[in-house]
Design a protein. Structure first.
Length: 108
């Protein structure tokens, strides 16, 4: 027979524990996963922005360094154009190599 809440001294604590357990279960299955997904999106975007910035800065440093090295051999104007051609050629060759390898992984 169910206990009378007025005479059962543990009724309040048992009911509170049951409600808290239910809320914790619902929270762990819904809100917690949503928070993890939102954190992943935010940190992923931050990593993408910082990575893009670092790549651009590295490319600028590469160009300026190459221009400074070429300036030792030729004039500054010619060094600028030569650095553009050299870096462009390296990227073109890398693109051709990756383009040729694009179907080798799928064929294996």
């Amino acid at each position: 027979m169910p206990a009378n809440p007025l005479t059962d001294p543990n009724w309040a604590s048992e009911t509170t524990d049951m409600v808290v357990s239910f809320i914790d279960t619902v929270r762990s299955k819904t809100t917690q996963n949503l928070v993890y997904a939102a954190r992943g999106v935010v940190f992923g975007l931050i990593a993408l922005i910082v990575g893009t910035f670092a790549l651009v800065v590295a490319l600028v440093m590469l160009m300026r360094g190459l221009q400074t090295l070429l300036d030792l051999v030729t004039t500054w104007e010619r060094a600028v154009y030569l650095s553009y051609f050299i870096v462009g050629g390296v990227f073109t060759i890398a693109g051709i190599v990756f383009f040729k390898k694009r179907n080798t992984a799928a064929a294996s």
